[in-house]
Structures are given as structure tokens and as C-alpha cells.
Design a protein around this ligand. Structure first.
Ligand code: CP
Length: 314
């Protein structure tokens, strides 16, 4: 329990405990309150890749619990002078932070930092491997909206090949009892190394699959990870795999639409859907803060009860 690196290695029990803690923290967060339970602790947010939601959400979660966040920004760091990942980690680790939160373009980098420093480490996205806290917040969002995940049908559609979000969600949702269907253009299907867990299937017909789904999760076309950018993203991609108003109208009445962000509006999702009544997109972001706070508490050995006992006035 000293790290959170990949959902593939996690038990359903740990995921359920984290979701339970996040739900217990939500009323305090929603009320605008905070706690001093982690006062005196410090987390290094080591982002070697760009981020809007994840980095800010971890910073917000740290502030919510009274912990300071040290923002390491690779773009203005000594990595620009050629300092290696190992040296960067060892030097940041020498400042005795209590946690690392790491995003890096190479799969396995957060694990490398955890092993080198011995400091509890959270993977905030490593290459095309995993983005475990995104999956946790997605599961939280669905559980909050529908009350359960067991037997629930989630369709994940888009650039599966380059998506760490898809890999983490595949493992997270199936471990929590949901059924997951995966759909993509043929050139962007999962690589052969990702084995499908029980409860997961491949859907070849997006239009047919979305009619039976309780939730449809769209993925961003990740041009930055492609050797050959997808041809005609605004035309061919949108007509084959984009969530348009016409497709949203074919979904079940109760079904919802999700996207981890950042969105390519008009490509994988049209604005009328992203900003419409089926969208949980901003709820995903909102729930991320308490999910990450729950993880901080777990890794630093504090309970929700201790957190609520140290509530600060809002
Ligand atoms: N969902 C997500 O990881 O967004 P950011 O890249 O903005 O952190």
C-alpha cells in the first residue's frame, strides 16, 4: 500500500476502500471546508508532461488536507540542462517530501522513482501505460451518479492504442463489477500486449454498442503519441467514432457521456453533447479532488475520521 502505480496490480478491495473514503470526504469538500490532518506534510508534484486537470486536482487535494504541494515543472527545471530522471528524483527526494506524484512520457517512470527514493509514489500518467487516479475518479463519478457499478455497461471508444486512461479504466471498472466494451478505429485498437480482463469485450460496431451502454467514455485522439497522425480527424474520425448529437440521441434515456479531457471538440465529441444534459465531464473533474485526497490519506496512514476531526472552518 505504499504506492499507487497501476490499477492492473490493485485489488478490488483497495479500490472500493478508496471510493468509500472519497465519498465520505465529499460533504466536507462540497461545503467548501478543509482539514488540517496532513499539516506539516509535503508532496512533490513532478510533472514531466503537460497537465491541466491532474496536476491542479492533486494540488487542490493537498490544500484540502492541509498538506503543501511542491510544483516541479520540467519545462523550467534543470532537466532542460540535461539532468537525468534518476538525478532529478534523488535530488527532490533529498528534500524529504512525504509523497511523489509523477507524470512522465515513459511508461514505468513513476515506479522507477518509487524504487529509487523509497518515497510513496502515485502515478499521474506514464506514457501509454496507466493513469490510475483518472480511472478511480471515473469509477467514483459513475458510482455517485448511478449508485452502483455492478453489472453496469461502459463503452470506451477512441484512441485505445495510446490511451493510458483506457487501460486503467479497463482494469478498474471490471474489478468493480462493470462490463466494459472497447471500440476504436482499426489502426487505433489496443496493442497485443494488453490482455482483456474478464468482463471486457471488443465492440466492432460503435453505433450498435452505444445503444446498450449505460455510459459511453470518449477518448482523445493523442496526436502527440502517433508516428502518423490520424488522417482527417474532423471528417472520417468524427463520422465513424465521434459522439455527435445524432449518436447521443440513440443512447438509452438514462445513459451518460464521459471524457477524461482535454477534449478535441468536434472530433471525438461535439460541443452540444459535451455541454449537454448527458455529460458528466465536469463531475469527473470535481470528483477527482476527493479521490486524490482519499489516496493521500491512505498513503500517509490517516483515516477519514481523523480528517473530519480536524476540520477547519470554511
Ligand atoms: N485527464 C487528464 O489527465 O487531464 P490533464 O492531462 O489535463 O491532466
Amino acid at each position: 500500500m505504499s504506492d499507487f502505480l497501476a490499477i492492473e496490480n490493485e485489488s478490488p478491495e483497495r479500490l472500493q476502500r478508496l471510493l468509500f473514503s472519497a465519498a465520505a470526504l465529499k460533504p466536507l469538500f462540497d461545503s467548501g471546508g478543509a482539514s488540517s490532518v496532513l499539516a506539516g506534510k509535503a508532496a512533490v508534484l513532478a510533472f514531466f508532461e503537460n497537465s491541466t486537470r491532474t496536476r491542479s486536482s492533486f494540488a487542490r487535494a493537498a490544500a484540502f488536507l492541509g498538506m503543501s504541494a511542491i510544483n516541479f515543472d520540467a519545462a523550467i527545471s534543470s532537466t532542460q540542462k540535461g539532468e537525468s530522471l534518476d538525478d532529478t528524483a534523488l535530488n527532490l527526494g533529498a528534500m524529504r517530501p512525504h509523497l511523489f506524484v509523477v507524470r512522465h512520457r515513459e511508461a514505468g517512470s513513476p515506479r522507477r522513482i518509487a524504487e529509487l527514493t523509497g518515497i510513496p509514489t502515485i502515478n499521474a500518467g506514464d506514457g501509454a501505460h496507466e493513469h490510475p487516479t483518472q480511472a478511480l475518479l471515473d469509477a467514483f463519478c459513475l458510482q455517485q451518479h448511478f449508485g452502483k457499478l455492478t453489472g453496469f455497461k461502459v463503452l470506451i471508444c477512441g484512441d485505445l492504442r495510446h490511451s493510458r486512461v483506457a487501460r486503467s479504466n479497463l482494469h478498474c471498472l471490471t474489478r468493480l463489477g462493470a462490463q466494459v466494451a472497447l471500440c476504436s478505429p482499426p489502426t487505433l485498437c489496443l496493442d497485443g500486449e494488453t490482455a482483456l480482463p474478464a468482463g471486457a469485450t471488443i465492440a466492432t460496431d460503435f453505433d450498435a454498442a452505444l445503444q446498450g451502454a449505460d455510459a459511453v467514455m470518449l477518448l482523445r485522439l493523442q496526436h502527440e503519441r502517433m508516428n502518423d497522425p490520424f488522417p482527417s480527424p474532423g471528417g472520417e474520425y468524427r463520422s465513424g467514432w465521434g459522439m455527435t448529437a445524432e449518436r447521443a440521441a440513440k443512447m438509452q434515456k438514462h445513459a451518460v457521456v464521459m471524457h477524461p479531457g482535454p477534449m478535441n471538440r468536434g472530433v471525438e465529441i461535439d460541443s452540444v453533447v459535451a455541454d449537454g444534459p448527458r455529460s458528466l465531464i465536469l463531475k469527473q473533474v470535481e470528483g477527482g479532488v476527493v479521490c486524490r485526497a482519499a489516496l493521500f490519506l491512505e498513503l500517509l496512514g490517516k483515516s477519514v475520521e481523523q480528517t473530519l476531526a480536524k476540520t477547519l472552518p470554511s
